[in-house]
Design a protein around this ligand. Structure first.
Ligand SMILES: *[C@@H]1O[C@H](CO)[C@@H](O)[C@H](O)[C@H]1NC(C)=O
Ligand SMILES: *[C@@H]1O[C@H](CO)[C@@H](O)[C@H](O)[C@H]1NC(C)=O
Length: 402
């Protein structure tokens, strides 16, 4: 009795350690069986051999995976970059609105790093407005420009015109306008040409290029430089005053660059991928790829019931789960989730008494389009019948990425 309890204890501890070799438990089990018929002893030895073989295959597979990772280190690096990319949530793959949530935290660190969106000089000079015609003329060549500027008109944020402005407006002779579109948030800091209108030529003065950045909250900052000559001055477009009133979930749009309006941002319509399937029978020993033939859900048709393979139709973050009921005395049952030929997650059970145990394993990962996912039974026995839904495999696309 004491020996038996000890054997269970050792088996349990080897179970806790996963697939670690359980030689101690073998010895104890054999000693316990000393007085039993040779056939029973032999059966126990064979069973133990089977389970050791299982461990060996698993270790071999893991070693192969490690070797592959080692050999493909350049590719591995890019994948890690992709990983970072996921964390920063796609600095160049998404619409501005997708970045919103992450940026509460990001905002603080950006402030520290001297982001021009937080470090600018307010340039609130009414004479710069596109609708003013003043007697005196200003020249921005006489200004010592330093750092970044945000344009205002009487306390309200606005932006540079993206269109040729009539001469003698903006408190100068030749008004400077942005020859190009304002950048999107994901573009970061961009360089843009500025043009000065003179004598019916919209770009009579090709002035020194400036830097522009779009900031959160629908405003822009400009790194102005001394214009090439006098009298040239940077314009502030009063038509864009409306942009300062756009909400966060809106963007400021214009077709003609004269009439601006706030427009609700489009959300990335995420593709819907969900599947759930079961295998309606027992699985004995090694099964290279379990063909879960009873499909209960297959939204997006990414799971193939004939092959048992799930193929990621889009790039994104996926979650998978797979379950089994393992049984039979003294046997290890290992089911592995296989992603692009890597064994990534195991459902392991080792039962020494006549009993069964249910197991559910989950895994979440970033997948590129076309990635292959399936489940393999490396050893043991899984139990199910047509109605039990015990050997199952399912998954969902959580976040789609571009
Ligand atoms: C220029 O436009 C602003 C804003 O629409 C307006 O308040 C102001 O009166 C206009 N100035 C002139 C001279 O038309
Ligand atoms: C946009 O944001 C405002 C608050 O900033 C909110 O009241 C409004 O419901 C939002 N609209 C949509 C469509 O999300």
């Amino acid at each position: 009795m004491v020996v038996f309890a000890l054997a269970v204890l050792v088996t349990l501890s080897s179970y806790a350690a996963g697939c670690s070799p359980g030689t101690n438990s073998t010895e104890l089990q054999l000693r316990r069986m000393e007085h039993q018929p040779v056939t029973a002893q032999l059966a126990a030895v064979f069973q133990e051999m089977e389970s050791l073989r299982c461990e060996q295959t698993t270790l071999q597979q893991q070693q192969n995976a490690l070797t592959q990772i080692h050999q493909m280190s350049p590719r591995w690096t890019t994948e890690r970059e992709v990983g970072t990319h996921v964390l920063t949530y796609g600095s160049h793959d998404h619409d501005d609105d997708e970045e919103e949530e992450e940026e509460e935290d990001e905002e603080k660190s950006l402030r520290r790093r001297g982001d021009p969106c937080f470090h600018y000089t307010v340039l609130d000079q009414a004479w710069r407005a596109t609708n003013t015609t003043s007697k005196f003329k200003m020249c921005d060549r006489n200004v010592k420009w330093k750092g970044w500027y945000r344009m205002y008109y009487k306390g309200q944020s606005l932006q540079m015109p993206e269109r040729c402005v009539p001469v003698n407006k903006c408190g100068t002779h030749s008004p400077l306008w942005l020859a190009g579109t304002h950048p999107r948030r994901r573009d970061g800091i961009v360089t843009r040409n500025v043009c000065g209108h003179w004598k019916k030529r919209c770009c009579a003065f090709r002035s020194t290029p400036i830097k522009v950045k779009k900031c959160r909250g629908n405003y822009y900052v400009y790194q102005f430089t001394q214009p090439s000559s006098c009298y040239l001055a940077y314009c502030a477009d009063v038509n864009t005053l409306v942009c300062g009133r756009c909400r966060r979930n809106q963007s400021c749009v214009s077709r003609d660059k004269i009439n601006w309006r706030c427009k609700r941002k489009k959300r990335l319509s995420s593709k819907k991928i969900h599947f759930f399937a079961s295998f309606p029978g027992n699985l004995m020993g090694k099964v290279n790829r379990i063909k879960y033939s009873k499909v209960l859900v297959n939204v997006g048709r990414a799971y193939n019931r004939r092959t048992g393979v799930f193929k990621a139709p889009v790039k994104g973050i996926y979650q998978f789960f797979f379950s089994t009921v393992a049984g039979r005395r003294g046997q290890k049952t290992d089911l592995w989730l296989v992603v692009n030929n890597y064994w990534v997650a195991v459902s392991h059970s080792h039962i020494s008494r006549p009993s069964t145990v249910s197991s559910l394993s989950t895994y979440m990962t970033f997948l590129r389009r076309g990635a292959i996912v399936y489940v393999t039974q490396n050893c043991g026995q899984s139990w199910a019948n047509a109605a039990s839904t015990t050997i199952t495999f399912g998954g969902s696309l959580l976040v789609q990425m571009r």
